[in-house]
Design a protein around this ligand. Structure first.
Ligand SMILES: [Zn+2]
Length: 129
């Protein structure tokens, strides 16, 4: 069954968001080691997007859990990005986005806010992609 998103059921933690994004294919579910080619790497939870690591012998090659995705260069917490993408689809004005992101971030860091330039950059990125 397809999930219908609203402000009230947006994921509230980065880990919850990463699980949802991986389940619906927005983040890779598996990667092969670029050195060993066909060898699938093991996914480890690292508190952000996770890390894929090759476990063959002493290879140890690791890649971000967001490698090759829209979110590969993302510096924001994933639940914040998820909310930004939702607010973009709702065409929400910046002032309201700043307020809602402030509320979302209060659960992890009350001093961290989001700037209008960050919102503009993500809205532009979403339009281009
Ligand atoms: Zn390897």
């Amino acid at each position: 069954m397809e999930r219908v998103w609203s402000y009230f059921n947006l994921p509230r933690t980065a880990q919850e968001t990463v699980t949802i994004m991986r389940d619906c294919g927005l983040l890779p579910q598996s990667l092969n080691c670029p050195i060993h080619r066909r060898r699938a790497m093991t996914l480890y939870n690292d508190g952000s997007c996770g890390k894929f690591r090759c476990t063959k012998n002493r290879c140890g090659k690791s890649l971000s859990g967001a490698t090759g995705s829209f979110f590969a260069e993302c510096k924001l917490e994933m639940h914040v990005v998820f909310a930004l993408m939702y607010f973009f689809t709702e065409d929400m004005p910046y002032e309201r986005v700043m307020h809602h992101i402030g509320v979302l971030k209060n659960s992890s860091d009350p001093n961290e806010k989001i700037s209008s330039s960050t919102i503009a950059a993500w809205y532009d990125f979403a339009i281009i992609n």
